[in-house]
Design a protein around this ligand. Structure first.
Ligand code: AMP
Length: 304
């Protein structure tokens, strides 16, 4: 039976500039991208904070996907804002502005109704807060976590304490090297798995992802698309599809993990086709199944 997923992270207004267009103050944030993607697979419980400027029309986007918003608190002040600009090849991103606003005092309290969640995703927030969230969950089955260079550089000890409790770490390639202090990705992955996570998923942008689980490695390409408009949130959307597929299967086997990696890659491929959550929030389940099949064809080969 499908299990529920708890996600904690940012809900934001993003201003994004890519070579193909500009969009201001659109719904974004790690928990937003994650939860919408995951909602196609399993029930999602959202924990985040927004300001008084967060309108009902935005909450509706979550409700439309049956995402539980009991854990979405409204604080005095403005919602978190982020602005970024992409270079011509879309792999290179510059953060132009970060306004923490209500996020600055965010100290997640997990509603009682969420505490029995079996699947937990700790979005990219202060590792101390990630740890506090875990203390409030009764009996989690699979805990996954994201982080970024800011925390690796500023709060390494707290991050390592959180990682000691985590099953799956999902980070990008430069963060993998930085966290392990090793330039070789395989050596870096092996070292990070010693910190706690038995599975490490390395996101490599348009080069796809690598999953390290014990001694095995699984690779998935990024789906080759002709039109890419906005990569913002692709990593969180990947994580949403991945955790969604795990919670839906509610089984922890290597085959289920590999299939989940492909569903994560499928969801990420939709995310980049339009700005913000525009594409992923309007998806139909058959589109997901169809692209999953295309992924299978893309990577299939015979041993002659
Ligand atoms: P990604 O492209 O997967 O790295 O995720 C981008 C999303 O992360 C955007 O929607 C931003 O709102 C959000 N974001 C950017 N910086 C931060 C931060 N310091 N803390 C939390 N969320 C952030």
């Amino acid at each position: 039976m499908t299990s529920s997923i708890l996600v904690v992270g940012s809900v934001a207004f993003d201003s994004v500039k890519t070579p193909f267009g500009v969009d201001d103050e659109i719904l974004g944030g790690s928990a937003t991208h994650f939860s919408i993607a995951a909602s196609y697979f399993a029930p999602v419980r959202l924990v985040a904070v927004v300001g008084k400027d967060f309108g009902n029309s935005h909450v509706e986007v979550f409700r439309k996907h049956n995402i539980d918003t009991d854990g979405l608190s409204v604080a005095d002040g403005r919602t978190f804002r982020w602005a970024g600009e992409y270079s011509f090849d879309l792999n290179d991103r510059k953060t132009l502005d970060t306004q923490l606003n209500v996020f600055e005092k965010f100290d997640p309290v997990i509603p009682e109704s969420y505490r029995s969640s079996e699947y937990v995703f700790l979005g990219n927030i202060d590792p101390e807060l990630q740890y506090n969230v875990l203390q409030q969950i009764r009996n989690p089955r699979v805990i996954a976590c994201d982080t970024m260079n800011f925390w690796i550089e500023g709060k390494l000890d707290s991050l390592k304490r959180t990682l000691s409790k985590v099953d799956i770490l999902v980070i990008n390639d430069s963060e993998t090297r930085e966290l392990a202090r090793l330039s070789n990705l395989v050596k870096a992955a092996n070292k990070i798995m010693e910190f706690g996570p038995k599975t490490l998923i390395v996101k490599r942008g348009e080069n796809g992802v690598l999953m390290f689980r014990g001694k095995t490695i699984f690779a998935a390409p990024a789906y080759p698309l002709e039109d890419i408009y906005d990569p913002t949130g692709a990593g969180d959307t990947f994580a949403g599809g991945f955790m969604g597929a795990l919670a839906q299967a509610n089984e922890v086997t290597d085959a289920i993990f590999r299939r989940a990696i492909i569903f994560g890659s499928v969801m990420a491929s939709f995310n980049v086709e339009k700005f913000g959550v525009d594409r992923v929030s309007e998806l139909k389940r058959p589109e997901i199944e169809e692209r999953f099949k295309q992924f299978k064809a893309l990577t299939h080969f015979e041993e002659l």
